[in-house]
Design a protein around this ligand. Structure first.
Ligand SMILES: Nc1ncnc2c1ncn2[C@@H]1O[C@H](COP(=O)(O)OP(=O)(O)O)[C@@H](O)[C@H]1O
Ligand SMILES: [Mg+2]
Length: 262
């Protein structure tokens, strides 16, 4: 199986603060990973590295067979789908939803003078249908609810038919109904044999979509455990990562965790 992402002994230091420490991690093309860990653990920083948005202080990052730092990152980034809050902030509030999705074909936000092929228009229509956005296509981004915005961000990432999909807390701040319907869409997407490798960051085991295969537990910049979901999501591993006694349950493809009763 081909690996799409390979971090080797990666450290990331800012202001003398070791944000990531000796991370070695491989993602294969059929993998669907979730990265779990408390606030400030370094989860978003890993996605920044995986999307070639930043460079490691030491160690190497290989994305889609290319060593970050040695290739044209602009070309590489068009092969990666990233849905993160920081990116959403750069989407102009007055931009129409249809254009937010379509402009992903050029890795830009804000429609300007690009010429779109009919192929791009058809693809945008198909993606908006899959992510329940067709009815919102003429609305402006600024008028959407949080849940609708998350869908648009993911559709934008899907639009380019990426070889690696990175999702930073896609279900964060959603209400129960919006969360559940987003998880259903993510599970559908992840179950397709045509879907790319996926890495999704979350704080909650409840947000792991059915069909995901692997988990990394990250605490204070270090990997606490990584591997197949069933091996990693144990009471002991979650307790060590989050620093409180936790017990975890797995039922019908979904996960739940809560404080262990003494
Ligand atoms: N560019 C940066 N400069 C300084 N500190 C940073 C930078 N990026 C992240 N950090 C710090 O690194 C830690 C990990 O950040 P982050 O990866 O966003 O964590 P998470 O996504 O797990 O909450 C945090 O303490 C954050 O404040
Ligand atoms: Mg984060």
């Amino acid at each position: 199986m081909a690996s799409v992402l390979e971090l080797t002994d990666v450290s990331f230091v800012r202001n003398r603060n070791r944000i990531l420490d000796s991370i070695s991690w491989t993602v294969d093309e059929a993998d669907r990973w979730v990265i779990l860990g408390p606030n400030g653990a370094g989860k978003s920083t890993i996605l920044q590295l995986a999307s070639a948005s930043t460079h490691p202080t030491s160690g190497t990052v290989e994305v889609l067979g290319e060593r970050v730092g040695k290739v044209d990152v602009f070309e590489l980034r068009t092969r990666i789908g990233l849905a993160a809050t920081g990116l959403a902030r750069r989407i102009p509030a007055h931009e129409r939803v249809g254009d937010v999705v379509l402009t992903a074909a050029y890795a830009v936000t804000g429609r300007w003078r690009e010429r779109y092929e009919s192929f791009d228009l058809e693809r945008a229509a198909e993606v908006m249908d899959a992510w329940d956005l067709t009815e919102l296509s003429t609305r402006t981004f600024g008028t959407l609810s949080d849940g609708e915005r998350k869908r648009v961000q993911i559709a934008r990432a899907v639009m380019t038919d990426p070889e690696l999909m990175l999702l930073d807390e896609p279900a964060g701040s959603l209400d129960l109904g919006a969360r559940e319907s987003l998880l259903e869409s993510l599970a559908d997407y992840a179950s397709s044999s045509l879907a790319p490798a996926i890495v999704m960051v979350t704080h909650h085991v409840e947000e792991i979509p059915p069909g995901f295969t692997h988990a990394m537990l990250l605490g204070e910049g270090r990997i606490q455990a990584a591997g197949p979901l069933e091996e990693v999501l144990t009471d002991a591993n979650l307790t060590a990562t989050f620093g409180v006694p936790l017990q975890v349950q797995h039922e019908d493809g979904r996960w739940r965790a809560r404080a262990k009763r003494s």
